[in-house]
Design a protein around this ligand. Sequence first.
Ligand code: C2E
Ligand code: MG
Ligand code: MG
Length: 703
Amino acid sequence: MTPPVLSLKILLIENDPAAANEIRTALTAAGDSSFDVEWVQLLSDGLERLSKRGIAAVLLELCLPDSEGIETFDKLFTVAPDVPILILGGNANEALAKEAVGRGAQDYLLPGHLDSYSLPRAQRNAIERKVVEDALYVEKERALVTLNSIGDAVLCTDISGNITYLNLVAEAMTGWPRKEAIGKPLAEVFQIIDGATRQPAQDPMEMAMAQNRTVGLTVDCVLIRRDAFESAIEDSAAPIHDRAGRVIGAVIVFHDVSAARAMSQQMTHSAQHDVVTNLPNRMLLNDRISQSISLARRQHRPLAVLFLDLDRFKYINDSLGHAVGDQLLQSIAKRLLASVRNSDTVSRQGGDEFVILLSEISHPEDAATSARKILLSLNVPHSIDGHDLHIAGSMGISIYPGDGEDAETLIKNADTAMYHAKESGRNNFQFFKPEMNRQAVERQSLEGSLRQAVERGGFLLHYQPKINLFTGQITGAEALIRWQHPNRGLVSPAQFVPIAEDCGLILPIGRWVLREACKQAREWQDAGLPFKRVSVNVSATEFRAKTFLEDVGTTLRETGLEARYLDLELTEGVLMQNAKSTASVLQELKRMGVHLAVDDFGTGYSSLSYLRQFPIDVLKIDQSFVRQISDDPSDSAIVRAIIDMSKNLKKRVIAEGIETQEQLALLRSWHCAEGQGYLFSRPVPAAQLAQLLQTGVSETVAK
Ligand code: C2E
Ligand code: MG
Ligand code: MG
């Protein structure tokens, strides 16, 4: 059995039976079973048959009993636009047949071509062409729908750069409707500029066509819409080729990146600026200094880096809160900006530190002028949240190229100079000097070995007796710390206590001193020696430490020393800072039974009122006054006044630093009851003090 052959069903609409027969014969001649012809004589029958589907093509005679002329074709085409239609054109109505082809018919056949060779060929061609046409149509439709539904704008040009196509997004972004845009030169519709320079950006289409490859648009490209609205865009252009590979135009694809670009600009800004003040941060400052250095190098000019640290900022921040602290920093930022030129950079390094780059100085003295101006501007009270805040700053200055040839060195040296400005009394500025670095290095190494000493117990205490100036008896002793340095020998507290205060090591050191002194005092008492009171020096940092009261209590308990045998020596400065909290700590110490002494009395900012306000037991007259009493009448007047005042206030008074018999005689004549000094004894190790307790101090002293 032969397999069934799938034949194409052809609908023949022809009124004339003879013509119909001729056609059927031509199509099915020589046993060709590829066509199966169905014949109807009326258009209405044909339409009905078509509605049932299965027809591969129609052969149509335009003059039928129920329809005449081009209408015949139109009616059929409306019903079956998908089916290829071939018109049977008589010689007389070839014009009509042609018209039908213009309206969608595949082709027409003239009477001379209805033979068994030409007709099937024409029929097959018509069917195939229709298939290809339909596929092309679908593809074109699909492309159009795609182009209109994607988020990117698409714009095409011909070889001469005239617009041939825009999708909907491109219409919206350029502001040009397709109808108006088509045929216009690209530059008119697609206006782009470089966002940074605002100069016209390079024509991407020309580039794509010239280089015959896909090219990216200019970085930072901005599209100007027809109504002048601007949007940041990004993307590429590619050449369009014909079948022979020749460039015949270009397509540009682009999309709006305004939001992304704004976001990235925002992110760059935050990465380079300080959140509180919005000033450039360390990173941006480094960049700016480096840039300025390259310029200064070429122009053989100096530039200055100013390092500013606020004095007392931490105190304001702690007592009034961070919100006020932040506002103060903002107010300071404004003052700084107002004090320098636009070309200078004011940056915040963090905390209460600011660095200012002066890029347009012609002489180092200009930096001093700016520094003075800045410090003065800061001094004007800052009115914040109902407070009038007074603040000052200390400033260090380094100058390129002398003090450093890169940003890091300049900042570091300005910082070092700032530190010296702070040491020399705050609210001033200092130029960097190379020896400052040597000092800084020295300090660094001291700090390191100090840390080791704390860990390994490298300290010892010396004791200096306090003497009753009338009886010569030892009334007590002051514990004075010494550092047993591995290479330097005994280091005096003046050399390391300030460093220990700065780096916080004073806390463990102070705790050790207190414990050691109390333990020693208790030992002497237990040994039956005539020993009463021990004095311990307390620095500001120790006194302000939260655990201070607790530490004192614990130490007394654990060493077994009665509180009344402990004197704590505080300087005036410690008492004056934050009088309110000072008073409550002092009160608490008093309640415990500890005695309180003001050390170096007369050197600080004395305020008589605090003497009454605070529960102070002892005033220690500073040795600088005692040293001068024999020669300087004003010093002797001060000392006498202090002695009288302490009598009136019912406080004990101790004269420090008595070195000569003359000084002793004067103090006695003024009825100063107690004293301390080399005349009686230098500070000595514990064992030696024990001896002094037994033998008493030098004979020369008494009476
Ligand atoms: P300060 O408390 O005023 O101690 C008196 C200082 O004067 C001691 O110096 C002592 O040796 C010295 N001195 C005593 N008599 C005379 C004299 O007649 N002539 C002269 N020229 N000097 C005399 P030192 O031991 O070097 O202590 C210096 C400062 O270091 C002390 O001054 C005190 O403020 C501080 N300090 C000492 N030990 C400690 C401590 O354990 N903790 C704390 N925080 N500070 C301490
Ligand atoms: Mg002292
Ligand atoms: Mg003193």
